[in-house]
Design a binder for this molecule. Structure first.
Ligand code: DGL
Length: 274
């Protein structure tokens, strides 16, 4: 048993898809969440910058003596797995569990992947799928505009702008007749009702945050590292705009959190540590 918290990070709100699943499955586990809202988006940046941000986010979480780090960010997980591997504690990205879930779900073998431009450029999800289902055909689509939609709270299933953008991005995947779609950026499940409406019942949506929370549960269980008597406390840190984060996070998690959101100057902290 290990009563230390789990560290979770993302460039912003997307990692809440992991937190939401953790609340359902492991209500006693404590979480320290870092959303790098001051430097979002990650997905339009180069590999060196994304790797550096990933290392800094992990260093920040390690200040809390976390027992595990979850990179709840498709971009960091795809571009900087080497940073996660080099950590001296268990660490998990979103790619493997999500790729495995998609390979298990598809019937036609045609799988769509939507993610940030950086994620799509690595083909990380495609590799994870083909490792399990070598015959699978993977069609990837970069969807950078979904990230600012989510960060600005434009996530209502009736939102005309979000619907128009989603139609444009998803049409090529519809044309390929995928039967499974990986939402490979953790921001995207906040828009999933819109995707489901556009793609219809025949397409299974795979939520990277949810699959990763389930994988983390299994990993903690296997290492006998679940908490014995945790109180499920969630602490949230952001690098900018705590109010904007709290508003959308409360809507998404369905519980009040604003008293637990603090702001950190990640650039200054990282300079001090360097
Ligand atoms: N939520 C992130 C991801 O899963 C990052 C989005 C971004 O910052 O561009 O890729």
């Amino acid at each position: 048993m290990d009563n230390r918290p789990i560290g979770v990070f993302d460039s912003g709100l997307g990692g809440l898809t992991v937190v939401r699943q953790r609340i359902k499955e492991l209500p006693k586990e404590r979480i320290v969440y870092f959303g790098d809202t001051g430097r979002v988006p990650y997905g339009t940046r180069g590999c060196d910058v994304i790797s550096r941000y990933t290392a800094e986010d992990c260093a920040f979480l390690r200040r809390f003596d976390v027992k595990m780090i979850i990179a709840a960010c498709g971009t960091a997980s795809s571009v900087a797995p080497h940073v996660l591997k080099a950590l001296p504690l268990p660490a998990l990205g979103v790619v493997d569990a999500t790729g495995a879930a998609a390979a298990a779900a598809t019937k036609s073998g045609k799988i769509g992947v939507i993610g940030t431009a950086a994620t799509v450029s690595t083909d990380a999800f495609g590799k994870a799928i083909r490792a399990r289902a070598p015959q699978a055909q993977v069609f990837s689509q970069a969807c950078p505009l979904f990230v600012p939609l989510v960060e600005n709270g434009w996530i209502d299933p009736q939102d005309e702008v979000a619907i128009a953008i989603a139609k444009r991005y998803l049409q090529p995947l519809k044309d390929q007749q995928v039967d499974t779609l990986i939402m490979g950026c953790t921001h995207f499940p906040l828009l999933s009702p819109i995707f489901a409406e556009i793609l219809g019942d025949g397409v299974t949506l795979i939520d990277a945050g949810r699959e990763t929370a389930i994988a983390a549960h299994k990993m903690l269980e296997a290492g006998d590292a679940l908490t014995a008597d945790g109180d499920g406390e969630c602490r949230f840190f952001v690098s900018d705009r705590p109010q904007g984060f709290a508003d959308i996070a409360e809507m998404f998690l369905g519980r009040p959190i604003r008293a637990n959101v603090e702001t950190v100057d990640i650039a200054r902290l990282s300079d001090t540590e360097a």
